[in-house]
Design a protein around this ligand. Structure first.
Ligand code: AMP
Ligand code: ZN
Length: 500
């Protein structure tokens, strides 16, 4: 099957454009990574999940990819929180970096080809600022910090489409996140303040600003010009605008060609964020008994260019959806199907049409909602054929091949739920946060919960009790298992069990 050409909205041009690798070989892209001052919330992960879908779709379309992500491991918040926790900046930020990558793995996010830590690339940032200073674009302020002179870059505002007519030359700001309406000369290098981590460099003693980190590391790992730059929608201004200004002034070449921005995850109509206090971390949700795969599926259920409102009903719906997909996958993989070809080819046609719709939806600006709907259409048609015993082996194999393709993007079929919930409990115990786990999760996976062998032994005892007509004991065992979240299903082939 020929794949439909991949097209994606480009914030810079304001249009949907074809995706291509400028060097004809490897698609090179950069995604702004986390600031590791705390656990990430699922709003942050919505952005990284859609970037993961982008990389997976590129790979499905036979692109080689080079994906670079930074880790901001020094900034105002890290300095403040590390000192409150009585830890060094390095110890503190490493703890949250490790937690971030564990969460990314739990959510099925593939690891970028390169991870760039800010603190390990300081000389590259200094060199970039020196280059800008040599052209009088960077200047040292009276406070010893270095600033970017935005009056020198008339294209400032081209990404966020803001008009900065009449920029006041020399008005400065030295915080990283600032007033969205005013263009100011922003800090490239911040002079040391008492008690802060700093580096002794040719610019003086201090630390890099956030914007220069991404410019320096993106160009170091990907070259002056590369294919795509990604991040959440809040980064468009000032962060990405500043990255473009710094990089293009230094290299005199276009920086990223394509800009990809993921819209927010909302809670009751407001951005999910630490400062609003309306956030959930992955760990919060795992401890409440929700599954990582269901969270992944939910966060991908709405295409990246639309905001998504988080609700627990949505999460339950998503849990049911993956359960249906997994049951369907097992059924088709394990069933015995007609060897002879069917007289009509309607099922085979529906599978082929489903595959075409799935690929077309992804190629069309990563429409994850339509891609998912295409698979559920196939599920309904194939289940109906299986119910009527008219599904053929060839059709079953085609269905399995399509599910493999589906899962190369959505990554929800493999069941690692119990393992991930147990890991979350172990973490909560180590952090003294077991009280945050729900009673159901504690009963099912906590201390005193049943191992698979315990369950098998209780089921054998129950079968024996039934044989001896000791129904009271048999019922007591069923209830004990139910309380611990184990469901029994009596069938003619014996007793099957599953964890709720
Ligand atoms: P931070 O660690 O705050 O720098 O954020 C990491 C990434 O998450 C950035 O790309 C942000 O734009 C993104 N982000 C933050 N909040 C949300 C949200 N509510 N929904 C989607 N993305 C977000
Ligand atoms: Zn960045």
């Amino acid at each position: 099957m020929t794949l439909p050409a991949l097209e994606l909205f480009n914030t810079l041009s304001g249009k949907i454009e074809p995706l291509f690798a400028a060097d004809g070989q490897t698609f090179r892209f950069y995604c702004c990574g986390p600031t590791v001052y705390d656990y990430g919330h699922i709003g942050n992960f919505r952005t990284f999940l859609h970037v993961d879908v982008l990389r997976r779709v590129l790979k499905l379309n036979d692109f080689a990819v080079k994906h670079v992500m930074n880790v901001t491991d020094v900034d105002d918040k890290i300095i403040r929180n590390a000192s409150a926790a009585g830890l060094s900046i390095a110890e503190f930020s490493r703890k949250f970096e490790d937690a971030f990558f564990e969460d990314m793995t739990s959510l099925g996010v593939e690891r970028p080809e390169a991870i760039a830590r800010a603190t390990e690339n300081i000389p590259d940032m200094v060199a970039l600022i020196e280059k800008l200073a040599s052209e009088d674009i960077a200047y040292k302020g009276p406070d010893g910090s270095w600033y970017f002179r935005i009056a020198k870059f008339p294209e400032y505002g081209k990404l966020s489409k803001k008009d900065f007519e009449g920029i006041e030359d020399g008005a400065r700001v030295d915080v990283d996140e600032y007033d969205k309406d005013a263009a100011r000369d922003f800090a490239l290098w911040k002079a040391v303040k008492p008690g802060e981590t700093s580096w002794q460099t040719s610019l003086g003693e201090g630390r890099p600003g956030w914007h220069i980190e991404c410019s320096a590391m993106a160009m170091k790992f990907l070259g002056d010009s590369f294919d795509l730059h990604a991040g959440g929608e809040d980064l468009m201004f000032p962060h990405h605008e500043n990255e473009i200004a710094q990089s293009e002034c230094a290299s005199h070449k276009p920086f990223a060609r394509h800009w990809f921005h993921v819209r927010f995850l909302l809670v009751e109509g407001r951005k999910m964020s630490k400062s609003e206090g309306n956030f959930y971390t992955l760990r919060d949700l795992l401890l409440k008994g929700y599954r990582a795969a269901a969270i992944r599926f939910l966060l991908l259920s709405v295409p990246y260019r639309h905001q998504l409102n988080f609700t627990f009903d949505g999460l339950t719906e998503s849990t049911n959806a993956i359960e249906r997909l997994r049951t369907f996958h097992q059924r088709i993989a394990k069933g015995t199907w007609q060897e002879s070809a069917s007289a009509e080819n309607t099922v085979a046609e529906a599978i082929a049409a489903g595959e075409a719709a799935f690929l077309a939806a992804l190629a069309n600006d990563l429409n994850t909602a339509e891609a998912r709907a295409a698979i559920f259409d196939v599920l309904r048609t194939v289940n109906a054929a299986a119910d009527q015993a008219r599904l053929t082996r060839v059709e079953a194999d085609a269905t399995l091949a399509l599910l493999t393709k589906f899962d190369s993007i959505f990554a929800v079929l493999e069941d690692k739920d119990a393992e991930l919930t147990k890991a979350a409990l172990a973490w909560a115990e180590a952090e003294g946060r077991l009280a945050e786990a729900s009673p159901e999760v504690l009963a099912q996976y906590g201390a005193g919960s049943l191992t698979d062998a315990d369950i098998d032994a209780l089921i054998a005892e129950r079968t024996q009790a039934k044989k001896q007509r000791n129904f009271a004991r048999a019922d007591a065992i069923r209830n004990e298992l139910l309380e611990k979240g184990i469901l029994l299903e009596d069938s003619k082939d014996g007793v099957r069990w599953k964890r709720k």
